[in-house]
Structure formats: structure tokens, C-alpha cells
Design a protein around this ligand. Sequence first.
Ligand SMILES: [Zn+2]
Length: 380
Amino acid sequence: MKCVKNIFLTVCLVIVAFSSSNAQIVPVSDSVINPFQVVITGDAAFHYFVEDTVKYTYEMIEEDIYYFQKHWPQYVTVKTIGKSEFGLPLTSFRISNGKPKSNAVFYVGNIHAREDFSSKMVMKFANVFLLSLDGLSNIYPNAKSLLNEVDLHFLPVANPDGLKIAHEQFVGIEDSVKIWMDSIYCLETFAEWKANARGIDLNSSFDDGNWLVKRGGAFQDCRASEGFKGNFPAEPKETKAIQTFVDSLKPLTTVSFHTKGNVLFWADNKTHAWFNGIDTEMATEVEKETELRAGSVAKNPSDYGCGLENYVRNRFAGIGVCVELSDGGGGRKQHPDNQFNSQVWMKAWRIPMIYLENTIEHQEQLRTIQQLMQKSIQTN
Ligand SMILES: [Zn+2]
């Protein structure tokens, strides 16, 4: 941690030094690019949008995504990839330096409703990466050169209805909630809601080939706030939309953020050998540079199956990782909003870059692996 803190203190000084002396000084609340509550001045302050310390609602996230596009039109393209069960847009965006490239990395947040730190992580990384592209932050000094190699795609809220339910913020979905909520078994309160709005756990619903055997987690055999895998593979609209998106994009790496345990779920027995150690290299680097540990290679598809990370591995041999941010205390209860920087950002700010840098380093090999595996995957 000491090392990380030193890096951040350096970053603070760089950011202050970068600021124009003529720029209007804008004090920013609590913490901005760094968690040390340093007052950032100049353009960086005008271009940092993500709220670090309060509840980050679906509407705020949507607004910030469009701010990204407005402030960085040369880099950011917004795309709606589908709609939720209650009709909310699944809003993704791409950061690129020109026409779409064939190689991509995909970052996803909030597949699980209550795990709202994951959306904040995706958005904060995107915002700081954009600041770094413009030289307004020095946190990711190589951002510009990395963008010559691949595109970055983001889906900060994979489960918009679920996020609104967990926040008990029902504006816009009141009628649908009235129809559906009474028929779904709620294990605790809305704040601990994990599923989508129709009571299906999205990360148990992907059509990765393991759906029939899947029984892991807090398994439920009816619609519930968590643990129900649905009545058939990819039943939820959200899951279908995400599958269609990744099938078409075929990202070399998909990083899906969750929020309990400070651990990576990065490999499974069936697909691990396909990646020639590249997945191990990535997980090992995360372990070295952060406080997160890499879990063991998952053995039993009834436990690990049907997550997004499993889908991308099994269906087109992409690297897929589930990153559990923050410590595991409190069971279903999430950490308070104002702990985001201490629980998540300070530990995990390098993780998206580790996956990006390693993907670029191995991009030829990863593309070849996808092409080689395509045939055997299709015949299975
Ligand atoms: Zn989760």
C-alpha cells in the first residue's frame, strides 16, 4: 500500500503542476482522481464527473456517459446494446482513437444489482483514462499509445433495473415493479437485491454450455432476489443483449467487476489450457501489483458456470475474468458509498490497465487462439 500511496501523491503533484495558472480554481468534493482530497484545478476538474463518495445512481451514470461523449467526442462513442426487462437502455461506450479496431478489451459492471461499486470502478477508470489521454492526469501515462493498439469498450450497468431496485429508486419503472415484485422471493431487503428485475441472477444465466448442471451459489428454483438461473439459458433480455454484443465484438479480454472478496476468478478446468499461460500471467501480475489474490482454477461447472466470464471463454475463447472488488465482510450487505476509494480504487486502479497492457502484448497470440478454437467450439 505504501508504494501505491507514493504513486498517488506523485500523481497529485503532477496534476496540480499541469493545471494552468489562469484556469478557474474549482474545489472538488472529497476525492476526485486521487483519494487524498487534493484540490484539483483547471481542466482536470472540469472533466472529472464520477461521484466517488455518494450513491452513484443509474441516472447519474447515464448522464456521465453522455458527458464523456460530449467532452471527448474525438475518443468516445456511445452505443445502446439492448434494453432491460423493464425497458431501460443498456448503454455502452467505446474509447478509441479512430475507426473501430479489430482487437478490443471489454469492461463490465453491475451484473449483480447490489454490487454498485463495480459500476463506479468502470466509470472512474474510463474517466481517468480519458483525462490521461489529454495529459490532464498522469495516472495512466501510456494511455495514448495503448489506444493505438486496441479499442476499449465499457458497459458500466449491465443490470439497470436491478441497480434501481437495490437503490430503491423506482422512478421510471414503477408500473413494472408493481406487476412483478410480489411474485419474486426476496431473501432480504431491496438493498441486497442481486438478480435482474424478473428475479434471475444474470451471472447464472449465460449460455456457456453449463446451464443444465449449474447449481452453485445461493441456488433457488424459483424467481428470487438471488440464486435463480432462469427457466432456460440466456432467458433475461440483459443476458441476450450482452451475448449478442460480445459474439459480434469478440473482445480478446473481458473484465467483469463484482464487489466481494478481493479475489479474481480467472480460469476454469475446461478452458484454462487453451490460453497457453497468458491468463496465468495476467492473474499473477494482478496479485503482484494489488492486494487481490487469484483464486484457483475452477473445477466444477455446477459452481462456476453461466457467468459472463465463462461465456466468453467457452463460446469464443476470449480471456474472461470476474474481479471481486473490496473485502468480503458483511455478507449481502454492501460497503457504505463513501468507502469506494479505500475499499476499491486504492487497491484496484491498476487492474484494468494490467488486463489492457497484457492483452496488447499478447494480442496476436490471443487472436490466433480464438481462431483455432472456433472450429472445435462450434462442433461441440
Ligand atoms: Zn457479483
